[in-house]
Design a protein around this ligand. Structure first.
Ligand code: COA
Ligand code: MG
Length: 286
């Protein structure tokens, strides 16, 4: 998926608007955009809303983290609505994925759904433990894991730190580290890697530059928090005509059968060929 738009589940106007935003996926939020006293209402509104949902955007639901004491109530309420998956925030390490996988087994059984039908997107940088222990995720396959995403704000709160961004907008080193860990772990696991939110939602140029940089770095998609960000992200994560044309030229250049060739005065070898093929395959999949 290129774009995953977060939608606070207790807000009827935003629920209504979500289906017209063109996002590849929607993450209906039961966690941090919903005040504690409104969580029961949010679950109820969401379940009602999903009864008549008909839109091509995949349905994901961000549940509350395991330490909140709300996760079971979330899963018990929403799994029968058959979301494509849940977004699991604030993981500490693989044991959180393991525990939630078991919870999902139970919720799916109760709802008469096939075991394993609900996928997981894990938010893998919101606790210091998760960042330090990211590599442990590679020790055991998690068939439900479709991808991971990262965020800096909760990590900053956990560190008792200030704004995670420097005045020039760049991530401070610890968040850059967390972002890189997330990206590497996703690719090592072979799952999707989503870049974090661009909070300045009234700045389309900033969002575009930020999204293009994320794709360039290897992220496969990005979170949106406002409908206006969705088309920008979708475009940024779709290869441009120029990129596609260049990829075709790279492939053509290797037709001679050599492993190293020259194109426009530059050397190309097998990694370039692989990158060109990957770009064309991704464009075809989109
Ligand atoms: N999903 C669906 N619709 C949204 C939306 C979202 N995330 N954000 C805004 N909209 C809708 C608004 O309801 C409004 O439509 P309406 O006039 O029919 O009500 C329209 O888009 C324009 O919204 P705007 O007035 O520009 O923004 P806002 O002030 O209502 O909301 C935010 C701004 C940031 C509070 C809002 O975008 C939001 O709630 N984002 C998601 C926050 C979130 O989920 N955070 C947790 C994950 S990081
Ligand atoms: Mg959060």
């Amino acid at each position: 998926m290129k774009s995953l738009l977060f939608v606070p589940a207790d807000n009827e106007r935003k629920l209504a608007k979500a289906v017209s935003c063109g996002a590849d996926a929607l993450a209906f939020d039961l966690e941090d955009s919903v005040l504690p006293e409104r969580k029961p209402l949010a679950r109820k509104l969401l379940v009602e809303y999903l009864k008549t949902y008909s839109c091509t955007s995949e349905v994901w639901i961000r549940v509350n983290d395991l330490a909140s004491g709300e996760t079971l109530a979330d899963l018990a309420a929403v799994i029968a609505s058959k979301p494509v998956g849940i977004v699991l925030p604030k993981i500490l390490g693989p044991e959180c994925l393991q525990k939630v996988s078991h919870y999902l087994d139970m919720a799916e059984t109760a709802a008469g759904l096939p075991l394993g039908s609900t996928a997981i997107f894990a938010v893998c940088t919101e606790t210091p433990s998760a960042v330090l222990r990211m590599g442990e995720l590679l020790n055991k396959p998690f068939p439900r894991l479709r991808g991971m995403l990262w965020g800096g704000e909760d990590l900053s709160a956990a560190l008792g730190a200030g704004d995670p961004r420097a005045p020039d907008g760049r991530w401070r080193p610890v968040y850059e580290h967390a972002r890189t860990q997330c990206l590497l772990a996703c690719h090592a696991l072979g799952v999707e890697a989503l870049d974090t939110v661009y909070v300045d939602f009234k700045n389309p140029d900033g969002c575009r530059a930020n999204s293009l940089a994320a794709r360039y770095d290897g992220f496969t998609g990005k979170i949106a928090i406002h409908p206006d960000q969705v088309p920008i992200i979708n475009a940024a994560f779709s290869p441009s005509d120029d990129e596609l044309a260049f990829a075709r030229r790279v492939i053509a250049a290797f037709e001679s059968g050599a492993g190293a060739v020259s194109l426009d005065g530059k050397m190309l070898d097998i990694p370039h060929l692989k990158a060109a093929r990957r770009l064309l395959a991704a464009a075809a999949a989109h």
